[in-house]
Design a protein around this ligand. Structure first.
Ligand SMILES: [Zn+2]
Length: 386
């Protein structure tokens, strides 16, 4: 049995390098950054004078007017819809700020730190493995067919300076309806990436420790170079290149693990991540491991394969409770095993995974309906960020 569901999916392709043509795209990126900075300045000035915020629609009207003036002729190098999309980004950033989701107000951005701009509807044409923008044809590495209707195109420059095309596509997917399969609890850890409730652990592949050493070495070399020199630039590029390689490998590992787990389990219980708390406890390393990235990839894969990922309340006690008798122990971070008076001696992560599975299962049982509603809201599925 299978269901068809409409999802928003991302396809990312590398542009073939062509310095002459690339210059045009890089110029447009620069123009987009000037639009961003202009509107950030405008919002700040307006707020200082009136205490108010300029709504998106007003920004949109304003930019169309400015584009016609001689002073802002530069902005005509950018498609009008792309200009308005920069306004949308400014508005998004401010809305997040108003909701208290960001640390401070939206900031000015240096042109070389401004990474992408988006065509919301038109302004480009795709045929085969070429995309036409402003009458110029660009070839890209088409490693897979786009399976649906293209909604937006984003031009992106990564930290190494390579250019990418990112298509956002509306696509119909066939979802398998899995009715059988077991359920499992999983705990993230520092020693091994994941541990399940049967005590099996899923570790990072070997490359990981090696790559951390190499990262450190490259950073050291970079920091020794003379400020502003050609060698410093080269060293910085090497750092960016390496971290992009590591990110690719890590994502590959996450996808493979997600598929492996979804093949075996129908329901997967995880603890809701508390990244700030984990960072305080474990240090910076947490963000290197990418638990959050893995969870979003797993949710996507599970969604596509008709499986369920359920996150339990992060305040439920999982680590410190004995899974055999329920007694609460005082474990420090160093204690790798839990030894209980009831006779149970168990690996710390294994114990946590059992507790996660148990509280997840009872949660699911108590509020079967509520869970379903929550799961349905995931159904406007989006593929993870690339
Ligand atoms: Zn016990």
């Amino acid at each position: 049995m299978s269901d068809s569901i409409v999802v928003r999916k991302t396809y990312k392709y590398r542009l073939y390098r062509c310095d002459k043509k690339d210059r045009k795209l890089r110029h447009q990126l620069f123009v987009a950054s000037t639009v961003w900075n202009h509107f950030i300045a405008l919002q700040r000035r307006y707020y200082r004078l009136t205490g108010k915020y300029i709504a998106l629609q007003a920004m949109n009207r304003h930019i169309l007017k400015l584009r016609k003036t001689k002073q802002f002729a530069l902005w005509r190098d950018l498609h009008s819809q792309v200009c308005q999309d920069v306004c949308r980004r400014v508005d998004d950033a401010y809305q997040r700020f108003f909701k208290g989701l960001t640390k401070g107000r939206p900031k000015f951005r240096k042109a070389n730190k401004y990474r992408s701009y988006t065509f919301p509807q038109s302004g480009y044409k795709v045929a085969g493995a070429t995309v036409t923008i402003d009458g110029v044809k660009y070839k890209f590495v088409k490693h897979s067919e786009i399976g649906g209707q293209i909604k937006t195109l984003t031009i992106k420059r990564d930290s190494v300076g390579r250019l990418w095309l990112v298509f956002s596509v509306v696509e119909e997917l066939q979802i398998e309806q899995a009715s059988t399969g077991k359920s499992g609890g999983f705990d993230f850890g520092l020693k091994s990436f994941l541990t399940d409730d049967e005590g099996r652990s899923y570790s990072h592949p070997q490359f990981f420790a090696q790559s951390i050493r190499k990262t450190k070495r490259l950073h050291r070399q970079w920091s020794r170079k003379v400020e502003g020199s050609q060698r410093q630039k080269r060293a910085q590029r090497a750092v960016a290149m390496h971290s992009s390689e590591v990110a690719n490998k890590r994502r590959d590992f996450h996808f493979k693990l997600a598929h492996q787990l979804c093949a075996e389990y129908r329901v997967l219980y995880f603890e809701d991540l508390n990244l700030q708390g984990m960072k305080a406890l474990w240090g910076r390393k947490v963000s290197d491991l990418g638990f959050a990235n893995f969870l979003s990839i797993l949710e996507w894969v599970a969604f596509k394969r008709g499986k369920q990922v359920i996150k339990i309340d992060r305040f439920a006690p999982t680590t410190k409770v004995c899974s055999g008798c329920g007694q609460i122990h005082d474990l420090s971070l160093r204690d790798r095993t839990l030894v209980c008076a009831c006779g149970l001696t168990i690996n710390r992560d294994h114990n946590a995974a059992i507790n996660i599975k148990r509280s997840g299962a009872s949660l699911r049982y108590q509020s079967e309906r509520k869970t379903k509603v929550r799961l349905r809201s995931r159904v406007d599925g989006r593929s993870p960020r690339l």
